[in-house]
Write a protein that binds this ligand. Structure first.
Ligand SMILES: CC(C)(COP(=O)(O)OP(=O)(O)OC[C@H]1O[C@@H](n2cnc3c(N)ncnc32)[C@H](O)[C@@H]1OP(=O)(O)O)[C@@H](O)C(=O)NCCC(=O)NCCS
Length: 175
């Protein structure tokens, strides 16, 4: 399996992977919208390729922490998708690690996300509230779904990293 950053030639195949994984268009539309905004970070959007076919994709986008010190740009992971026929073989975990490594290399201090605490907790994510971050969660989501991965540049004394996470406009239509 090859892991590499996405390129424009991959976009139709990525759309297929995301649509099949989520059995819906909404997340694929979100991926397409994210690429048109300033939040787009192609260096942090890896694909997994097997036998010349894209079988998985994940995206890290820019967002903000709004706190006492104003707005500070950080990054968030969403969404993660693996073709149903290729799930349970470690591809999702490998993509998360690749995206986190890219964020670390880019000098980001942390990666936040809203997702399954059991899935992401096993992959090093911890409750965001324990690190001074709150996420705009839907009512139905358990509060533990607000998570953060602390990278090598993370400084717990840096108050600009504490506050309320503000998603980019591309997320407004997700509901
Ligand atoms: C969630 C999702 C991305 C996981 O992808 P995946 O490639 O199946 O993930 P992995 O294989 O890395 O891990 C899933 C399970 O596979 C198993 N697994 C991991 N590596 C394995 C390997 N080498 N061999 C066999 N099984 C393995 C593990 O049991 C793991 O379960 P765990 O969480 O209990 O550890 C995929 O199920 C998906 O696309 N779902 C629909 C979209 C979605 O819900 N996305 C997440 C929200 S953003």
């Amino acid at each position: 399996m090859i892991i590499r950053p996405e390129t424009p030639a991959d976009f139709p195949a990525i759309r297929k992977v995301v649509t099949e994984a989520f059995e819906a268009q909404a997340e694929a539309d979100l991926v397409d919208r994210s690429r048109t905004g300033s939040e787009y970070r192609p260096d942090m959007a890896p694909v997994a390729v097997e036998a010349d076919q894209i079988v998985g994709h994940v995206m890290i986008d820019g967002c903000w922490v709004r706190g006492e010190h104003g707005d500070r740009e950080i990054v968030m992971l969403s969404p993660l998708a693996v073709l149903p026929s290729h799930q349970q073989h470690g591809i999702g975990s490998t993509l998360i690690k690749a995206a986190l490594d890219a964020a670390d290399e880019a000098g980001e201090p942390l990666v936040t996300l809203e997702g399954s605490p059991s899935f992401y907790g096993k992959r090093g994510f911890v409750f965001a509230g324990d690190h001074g971050l709150s996420l705009p969660m839907p009512d139905w989501a358990p509060h533990e779904a607000a998570q953060v991965y602390l990278l090598s540049r993370y400084d717990p004394e840096d108050m600009s990293l504490q506050g309320r996470v503000v998603y980019p406009p591309s997320f407004d239509e997700l509901g």
